[in-house]
Write a protein that binds this ligand. Sequence first.
Ligand SMILES: [Zn+2]
Length: 286
Amino acid sequence: MHALATEFASNPTLTRQWLTQVDFGWGPQRILDTSKGIWNPQTYAATLTIVSDPNSEYDDGDHGDSLYRYSYERRPAGQDPQGGSNIKLREAMRLELPIVMLRKVADGRFVPIMPVFVVKEEPEHRRFLLAIDESLRFLPDPAHLTKDQRRYAERVVRQRMHQPEFRARVLTAYEARCAVCVLKKVPLLDAAHITSDSTDDGLPVVTNGLALCKIHHAAYDENILGISPDYVVHINEDVLAEVDGPMLKYGLQQMDRRDLWVPSRGTEKPDRDRLAARFDAFMDAG
Ligand SMILES: [Zn+2]
């Protein structure tokens, strides 16, 4: 898991190509399944990784806010539906071993969610239930959560799964560059929301996102930096008048009136209506 975390820290996503030949120090090893989704290395007692595709035909998804449904691997007619690759996933549950869930965010691109635990099997529905965070293993029956437990679970799921996926999609669309200064340094990049995710309208979609470096993200949130709907960067007038060191001069003042770096695909460009609403707030603050 350390190798995955290290790779993911410096890249917007893990690619299929990388996942088929991870070097753990003893030669390249495949760590994802190419066809089915459950990867059980021969020498391992239990499953190592599972692929979860939000757009797949399998009925995978959130379950009662705290757990995640993961369908059995489908077996050929006449064979035990609980058999095949499902056996080692059951072993991961029995042995309480952590596994890695690879969430597909685009063709051949994945976000690792780890550690994930298999906590329950529902043979009647031909599926397992997964806890996508250690703390969620210990919640009681997901069908009977209290209001506080549900709120807690929602927050954890957002942090552990939805936010990393949003960041991966936005950074991929922006080719891992800051939209303001084009810095290409993944560990220093965030996916900023244009319409805040604390509002109902603040959806985690690429058109409501901007890839921004840490400093420009903070400057955007503080209305030191604004972005007009015609994709131009603006710096607060008071800040333009200040005199200070190189970060102020090169990092902020020289960004004024620069064209925003936006994705080439029309469907991924930032939403102009959202930018306009946010730009009004910047103008009011200035
Ligand atoms: Zn930047």
